[in-house]
Design a binder for this molecule. Sequence first.
Ligand code: NAD
Length: 260
Amino acid sequence: MAERVLGGRRAVVTGSNSGIGLGIARSLAEAGADVVLNSFTDRDEDHALARDLAAEFGVTARYIAADMSRAEDCRRLVEEAGGCDILVNNAGIQHVAPIDEFPVERWDQIIAINLSSAFHGTAAALPGMRERGWGRVVNIASAHGLTASPYKSAYVAAKHGVVGLTKVTALECAGQGITCNAICPGYVLTPIVEKQIPDQMKTHGMSREDVIAKVMLARQPSGQFATVEQMGGTAVFLCSEAAAQITGTTISVDGGWTAL
Ligand code: NAD
């Protein structure tokens, strides 16, 4: 078992019933943090995930349903959790279409879930962090927070926004024991990526294997997907004492994508 460097800390991870959010919640729990899982679905299996996490790592774990597309839900999540020492703004969705065909409601939804939810959650979490003189805000941006791809206007705009919000949060909290940083993953094989594969197969007339190798991982010089465990490990590092002076910056976990 990993060293329990985060024992006694409470973490809220938005959008954590699958993929990177769940991976990060698992790593934080393994490091000893009590965790609050979230999605908007409120199914039995969501609550079971929290129970399993508590049993596996010997921490307190809860699931709280809240829709990250709604400002009041974002703030209620943090309040219902009883505040938090660690806030991971992870919830995110994707839609791919040219700008002139991009559905307005999808644009609004992506900006709300991928960007505004981080603003609302942070606003709700900071007062408690300031009272306790310690806090970590970890925003899950993307390689698309630093570079662009065609047909992902809302996602790229939201993720660049997250990087900007990260810098402002860091400056407003500097010297208060609170840091804010953004992890910028390259491709990680999670449901958000799985869902893009059939569309890409159609668009490019390629097999699944070719889409993965020649389209997705063509951007990633390592030729390998990053993993949710690597995102979790990076989040635990950002929450550690070693990272206390790392704030307002981005950490790319992208197999070299943004070095190109
Ligand atoms: P995922 O689809 O597995 O996870 C998305 C999570 O967000 C799920 O838990 C889902 O329940 C939650 N969610 C969606 N809408 C929500 C809402 N309205 N309210 C509450 N929760 C909601 O995908 P993932 O890859 O794990 O994505 C997690 C984050 O990582 C996203 O912000 C995504 O943009 C980012 N990211 C992913 C990759 C990748 O390659 N997978 C790369 C870069 C960045």
